[in-house]
Design a protein around this ligand. Structure first.
Ligand code: FES
Length: 321
């Protein structure tokens, strides 16, 4: 994590079964760096982990960030630590917000699909579209009503203008998985479509969009787990153009691990290719892209890469480091 900001936990609220929100603000209450809907911040936790979380409040709020975290039983240490250890009045270091999941604000209509805690960036986007008076609809899946974060807020929005919010509780009696092909097929084909949720839902969403022939610029997804295995075959050299050092990446290691092993300080967070923290400019060579941050068009240019998970198709990669 490069530049950090010290913030205070000013509120913790239980939002649903297993989900709490944390409000973060400067100690003196002064404004934080601005953000746009869909942005995330990194939290540097006291156990040494760095984890990314989407901001779920309105981008019009200058003095606070709101994150919501699911106490995931599969946690690699981040969400469990936050639930167990991050309390009211605690100080925490965060990064400034970055946005790899931007909202098209002038779309004629926006269709949102959220699964579980994937609602967080989408909740911020919906607040933005409400503020702009734009057209949207939400298809929000959770296992049960009790596990559905921000449900009462969406119920208020639905009362304000009915027909926009569609809940799906797949573990309730008679419940079943949301049929994304059906959702997308019934929507305006000129709309923009956003999905954030678990990997199988994202895959089903992308498959449905492809099967229906929806143009890729109208399809927007955000992964918060790895989409592919990291490239660890090794067998290539990484040259750092600015520091004029080079390293051989051995089998079993990623580029990031190789650099950290050699005391090269590079920022990273998720280490799984979905947060964008380790994005690095490529000067020469052909990366083996494994991330879920860059679009396939961006990957094809080979101008940047995520060094935590992507490898090399060429014998040498020259990086702008
Ligand atoms: S550290 Fe998150 S994409 Fe590389």
């Amino acid at each position: 994590m490069l530049d950090t900001i010290e913030v205070l936990v000013t509120r913790v609220i239980a939002e649903a079964q297993g989900v709490k929100s944390w409000e973060l603000a400067r100690e003196d209450g002064s404004p934080l760096p601005s953000f746009t809907a869909g942005a995330h911040i990194d939290l540097k936790l006291a156990n040494g982990l760095v984890r990314s979380y989407s901001l779920c409040n309105s981008q019009d709020e200058a003095n606070r960030y709101l994150i919501a975290v699911n106490n995931d039983p599969q946690s690699r240490g981040g969400s469990k630590f936050i639930h167990d250890m991050l309390g009211l009045g605690d100080l925490v270091s965060i990064s400034a917000p970055r946005n790899h999941f931007p909202l098209v604000e002038d779309a004629g209509h926006v269709v949102f699909v959220a699964g579980g805690i994937g609602i967080t960036p989408i909740y911020s986007m919906i607040q933005r579209l409400e503020a702009l008076g734009r057209s949207w609809e939400l298809h929000y899946s959770a296992r049960t009503k009790e596990m559905c974060a921000f449900r009462s807020q969406f119920e208020v929005l639905e009362q304000r203008r009915p027909g926009r919010v569609h809940f799906n509780f797949d573990h309730e009696p008679g419940g079943r998985m949301i049929d994304l092909k059906d959702v997308l097929a019934k929507s305006d084909a000129n709309a923009h479509f956003y999905c954030c949720g678990p990997a199988p839902m994202l895959q089903a969403f992308e498959d449905a969009a492809k099967a229906l022939g929806l143009p890729s610029p109208q399809i927007h997804v955000e992964y918060f787990t790895a989409m592919q295995e990291a490239a660890t075959d090794g067998g290539f050299t990484v040259e750092l153009a600015r520091s004029k050092r080079s390293f051989f990446v051995s089998a079993g290691k990623t580029i990031l691990e190789t650099l950290l092993d050699n005391d090269v300080d590079v920022p990273s967070s998720c280490t799984q290719g979905f947060c964008g923290t380790c994005e690095t400019a490529v000067i020469e060579g052909i990366p083996d892209h494994r991330d879920s941050v860059l679009s396939s068009e961006d990957q094809a240019t080979n101008r940047t890469m995520m060094i935590c998970c992507s490898g090399s198709k060429s014998e040498k990669l020259v990086l702008d480091l």
